[in-house]
Design a protein around this ligand. Structure first.
Ligand SMILES: C[S@@+](CC[C@H](N)C(=O)[O-])C[C@H]1O[C@@H](n2cnc3c(N)ncnc32)[C@H](O)[C@@H]1O
Length: 265
């Protein structure tokens, strides 16, 4: 493989500025090698020989700008990631929903390749099969949304699903070694592209919003702005879940912490 071209300080700084403006992501100077390596693949694909040419290209090419954001963002996710959140839902939130029996709306903001919304949907199917609950799942990256909509995962990925739910809601695809999420689980999830930094067309209110392991890459100002916007979209007694490595403490926002990484209006 060819070595990546040199990345000047000015170009690295321009790339950092662009990714912050487009996606809200604050990249530290330590990310220089990572940026260089990941964008080198885009340069090769486009047959460009310098990052400066690439920067010129993304100024006018929206598709390539989206590719750039794709390769520079982290999409790591898994089924039942941070299981304390799902335990809380099953033990505390679902019994209330079951008793009140009205339609509910959930938003998985920054859903990556779909494991998070499908985890929610499997649990709903298992615990509240007749309740009307819709899940909106959004992400900035078209690449992960395509994978999410396909709803097909490798054997290694589905290992995180408890065996009983795996048996019920994941169908083995013969000859492929992959698993397809069952229609009763996929049907309550709608995927859409949405940049959290832009306008939000949905009105809510949402009974539950998950924005987990997304805000970790944002500045405090962006986190504050997002927490305020989430609070405005939550129903009364609505819940916001963030990643356990994230915090809203010290930010000016109206939600109160009720459990680690769980906030309520
Ligand atoms: C690390 S994944 C987290 C996935 C899942 N929520 C979880 O906790 O497993 C972060 C996701 O946030 C998305 N993301 C980053 N910046 C975004 C933005 N400005 N708007 C929408 N999504 C964004 C990325 O594309 C990525 O798929």
């Amino acid at each position: 493989m060819l070595a990546a071209p040199a990345l000047s300080a000015a170009s690295f700084s321009a790339i950092r500025e662009l990714i912050r403006a487009v996606a809200g992501i604050a990249m530290t100077p330590e990310k220089e090698e990572l940026v260089k390596a990941r964008l080198a693949s885009r340069l090769r694909e486009l047959k460009l020989s310098a990052y400066e040419e690439y920067l010129e290209r993304v100024k006018t090419d929206r598709v390539e700008l989206s590719n750039m954001v794709d390769v520079l963002t982290t999409n790591k996710t898994s089924f039942f990631r941070e299981p304390q959140h799902f335990d809380y839902l099953v033990q505390t939130v679902f019994p209330i929903w079951k008793a009140e029996r009205r339609p509910r709306q959930i938003w998985s903001a920054g859903c990556s390749s779909g494991e998070e919304p499908y985890t929610l949907s499997m649990l709903l199917q298992a615990h509240l099969p007749t309740l009307e609950v819709r899940i909106l799942a959004t992400d900035l990256s078209l690449r992960v949304l395509t994978r999410a909509k396909a709803a097909r995962y490798t054997e290694a990925v589905v290992q995180d699903v408890p065996s009983e739910l795996r048996r019920k809601y994941l169908r083995h695809v013969p000859g492929e070694g992959t698993f397809q999420v069952a229609p009763e689980v996929t049907s309550r999830v709608s995927f859409a592209r949405l940049n959290l930094m832009g306008d939000w067309p949905m009105k809510g209110p949402f009974d539950l919003i998950l924005c987990r392991n997304v805000m970790i890459y944002f500045t405090d100002d962006t986190r504050t702005m997002l927490a305020q916007r989430y609070a405005a979209l939550l129903s009364e007694r609505g819940v916001l879940m963030i990643g356990h490595a994230e915090s809203l403490a010290s930010l000016e926002q109206p939600l109160r912490l009720i459990k680690p990484a769980i906030y309520a209006r």
